[in-house]
Design a protein around this ligand. Structure first.
Ligand code: TMP
Length: 217
């Protein structure tokens, strides 16, 4: 793995998994983790919103259906408050230590859900993103894409729906469209994976993408 080695320690690597509801991210996170561990890398698997004690509390606020009147801007700022803590406490230290950080969602979720879903202005999102993470973006993003109805049906089998899951099919269609537009905007970073396939085939596609990515970097 040639990803710019510094001394004996490999360079940190930041990978995000993205996708709509029920895309199977949890299952596929394990495949990504295994791929790197088999190659001797130290891996940290984490998530957004969440990933620190404070961030998990903010996650609770964001997903609790009690807050169904939350304004889109309040939602955006809570997400980025969470992310600021998460970057300081988790991501930056792990990258400095040369780990592979595998993150279940990052700012592409904000672009898709708050930008596409909630129709917040993209410039506003990018302005806050710049303050919170500057130009730190994942080196590689795996976008698990599948039809909204399939994803929502899968997610509904997982217990009580959270505030995002109940936002309705048109909201989730806008999220999916926004994700696919991001993949066109950032073709070098974001790789679309067909998540409607059986999980083992999705894992195969992910492993192929990882191999290809590391051949090129
Ligand atoms: P999940 O990580 O269990 O899929 O749930 C997190 C929910 O939060 C999911 O519906 C997507 C949503 N979300 C946003 O709306 N914006 C964001 O920036 C992030 C990270 C997540």
């Amino acid at each position: 793995m040639s990803h710019s080695e510094t001394g004996n320690r490999p360079a940190g690597l930041f990978i995000s998994l993205e996708g709509g509801e029920g895309a199977g991210k949890s299952t596929q996170l394990a495949a990504v983790r295994e791929w790197y561990e088999q190659r001797g890398r130290e891996v940290l698997v984490t998530r957004q919103p969440g990933g620190t004690a404070l961030s998990e509390k903010i996650r609770g606020l964001l997903l609790d259906r009690e807050h169904d009147g939350m304004s889109p801007l309040a939602e955006l700022l809570l997400l980025f408050a969470d992310r600021a803590q998460f970057l300081d406490e988790v991501v930056r230290p792990a990258l400095r230590e040369g780990r592979v950080v595998i993150c279940d969602r990052f700012t592409d979720s904000t672009r898709a859900y708050q930008g596409g879903g909630r129709d917040l202005d993209r410039d506003t999102i990018e302005a806050v993103a710049r303050v919170v993470h500057g130009d730190l973006e994942p080196h590689l993003t795996l976008l698990l894409d599948l039809p909204v109805s399939t994803g929502l049906a899968r997610a509904s089998n997982r217990g009580e729906a959270d505030r995002m899951e109940v936002a309705g099919q048109p909201f989730h269609e806008r999220v999916r469209r926004a994700y696919l537009a991001l993949a066109e905007e950032f073709p070098d970073r974001i790789h679309v994976i067909d998540a409607s396939l059986p999980p083992a085939q999705v894992s195969d596609a992910i492993r192929n993408t990882l191999e290809h990515f590391h051949e090129q970097h």
